[in-house]
Design a protein around this ligand. Structure first.
Ligand SMILES: [Zn+2]
Length: 108
């Protein structure tokens, strides 16, 4: 059996997330949203979706994703078990993206 994790996929059109089992050796980054048929994105095991009505928070999530931050753990200090917490607001997200740009995912 292939190991798999339940991961959260988020759809910006529905402003919702849903969980799917994902093969950890061949992680799917995008899936079709079951509600609207648009693309949803894999934000991993620990993603907490904002409320559907909270557009500001969804804008922040979208901003992070567009800059290569898909809620992967950011650990500037390899000896530390703690990762950097993700920003709470869009303004903080802008600083965060700039500060940790070396950790951004490089996706095609
Ligand atoms: Zn959708």
């Amino acid at each position: 059996m292939t190991p798999s994790y339940k991961m959260s996929f988020a759809c910006f059109d529905c402003r919702k997330s849903f969980k799917r089992e994902v093969d950890i050796y061949n992680v799917t980054l995008e899936l079709t949203c079951p509600e609207c048929g648009n693309t949803s994105y894999n934000f991993g095991r620990h993603f907490k979706p904002p409320k559907k009505s909270d557009k500001e928070q969804w804008n922040k999530v979208r901003y992070l994703k567009e800059h290569g931050f898909w809620f992967q753990k950011i650990r500037p200090d390899e000896n530390s078990v703690d990762s950097i917490p993700y920003p709470d607001t869009l303004d903080e997200a802008k600083e965060f993206v700039n500060k940790y740009k070396d950790f951004a995912l490089k996706l095609n």
